[in-house]
Design a protein around this ligand. Structure first.
Ligand SMILES: [Zn+2]
Length: 256
């Protein structure tokens, strides 16, 4: 299997070969460039499960998909909730702790609506992947307790910012007993604000088992959500929470 451990094992074998064969500098450079490209791809594509295993899709025999929203809560989340309510659909929200601190009422509203809340770090910093394991733990715990302060439940599902993974994040996920959730279908709503293009992208080849990544803090997403749910409904595909489809524990109850 293609993962970090195997890559390092084969790299070590290759280094021995390069030493034994007294390889020219060109081959050493080629080796390092290829190694770095492989590790970077492993970091940026969560679907590769390169450093550790994530939930990137769901069983396709349940005829269900999971729609997931990152980077909230925000005032725009209220509009998203309204559309979800209209279609009687449950979704999964990966919330940023610092935003939860600003909008505790919206966190409560998501929870009361029967939707699932996951951890999307406290800081959502661009530098998050560069932090040490201790700092990553602190950030994730701070997010978990901020959310727990609102809903008396500590989230057990986690999505790394930008879907970037590395061995330190993997260690933290394991230490804190979290399950990492990725996606297999990106709306790219952060890249484009063309509603039609976003809708076309997410409805193309829509199939049971998909985990779709949206952002609930963006107006363009709210604009296409109603049409997206209409297409899913016409295709006979139901939308549900990640934990319901997988039958896994998503919260740890705590008294705060
Ligand atoms: Zn994010």
């Amino acid at each position: 299997m293609f993962n970090f451990r195997n890559t390092n094992f084969f790299s070590a074998l290759l280094v021995i070969c390069l030493i034994v064969l007294k390889a020219a500098l060109f081959y050493w450079l080629l080796f390092f460039v290829v190694y770095i490209i492989v590790v970077l791809c492993g970091s940026f594509f969560i679907q590769l499960n390169f450093f550790f295993k994530s939930i990137n899709s769901l069983p396709n025999n349940t005829n269900r998909i999971a729609i997931t929203f990152d980077d909230g809560p925000s005032p725009n989340t209220l509009d998203v909730l309204e559309v979800l309510d209209k279609w009687k659909v449950k979704a999964t929200f990966f919330c940023i702790g610092s935003e939860a601190e600003k909008y505790p009422e919206i966190i409560k509203k998501i929870h009361q609506g029967g939707h699932l809340i996951g951890n999307h770090t406290f800081s959502h910093s661009n530098l998050f992947p560069m932090l040490g394991t201790q700092k990553i733990n602190e950030d994730l715990l701070k997010a978990s307790y901020t959310i727990a302060n609102c809903i008396q439940n500590k989230p057990l599902l986690f999505r790394p910012p930008f879907g970037v993974t590395n061995p330190k994040i993997g260690r933290s996920v394991k230490m804190l007993g979290l399950s990492c959730v990725g996606w297999n279908k990106r709306s790219l709503d952060t890249v484009s604000n063309n509603s039609q293009a976003i809708l076309n992208r997410v409805t193309r080849n829509l199939k049971a088992g998909d985990i779709i990544l949206f952002h609930d803090n963006l107006k363009a997403t709210t604009q296409i959500l109603d049409q997206f749910l209409s297409v899913a409904n016409e295709s006979g595909i139901a939308c549900d929470r990640v934990d319901s489809i997988l039958n896994i524990k998503a919260y740890e109850k705590i008294d705060v």
